[in-house]
Ligand binder design. Sequence first.
Ligand code: C5P
Length: 235
Amino acid sequence: MHNPIIAALDVPAVETAVKLVEHLSPVVGAFKIGSELFTSAGPDVVLMIRTTGSAVFLDLKFHDIPHTVAKAVAAAVRLDVQMLTVHTSGGLAMLQAAERAARDTARSLDRPPPLVLGVTVLTSLDSQELREVGSDAHVGRQVERLASLAVQAGLRGLVCSPLEIAALRQSLPAEIKLVTPGIRIGPQSADDQKRTLSPREALEAGADWLVIGRPIYAAQDPRAAAEGILATLAP
Ligand code: C5P
């Protein structure tokens, strides 16, 4: 089994991120760089992590006109990231442009294309807020609609909440990779996550990758925390 843990590096300073990567790279499967770290540290932080041999998930959730998103995806592929995110609400043409840019750029560099992951409905939105932006107020239905649009566009993966995994596994082709945040272990604090599953529950429901932030990086000993999570996944 591959190591399904993606450690989110939700820290502002490059030094903190690099220290976490040094401690964690033997015990996690990939590192996620989000808007905070990328905006403060820049693309160098991606290159730095890649020199350790670890996989990088660049979570910048691109959402723009197709041409611009394609250019951004191509730039991410040149940084040699293994996963990246786009908003599925950007529409079919934008999603197709993102996937095409990922494949074409990777081919020109002779490396495997990254997994372009579609983000459906942000878990921070409730039905009232969905209605306010003119969307179907039924979260599940809107997730299903956007997920099927992503698959139609040729995307090979999606980000989803733990509670959406089972339904999406039923409706999507089996080869679609599902990446889920909102993972909590035992009696741990849920922080601001409203819908959580344990790592084992999420994998059993059909997740391929688990994005884990605070339970690892905010732990007193992040390496021990990651090892503890891995141990809960052993058969
Ligand atoms: O600290 P925690 O484990 O809650 O971090 C989860 C990570 O997953 C964060 O980087 C957060 O931005 C991301 N995420 C999320 N919920 C989503 C999408 C992404 O928590 N719906």
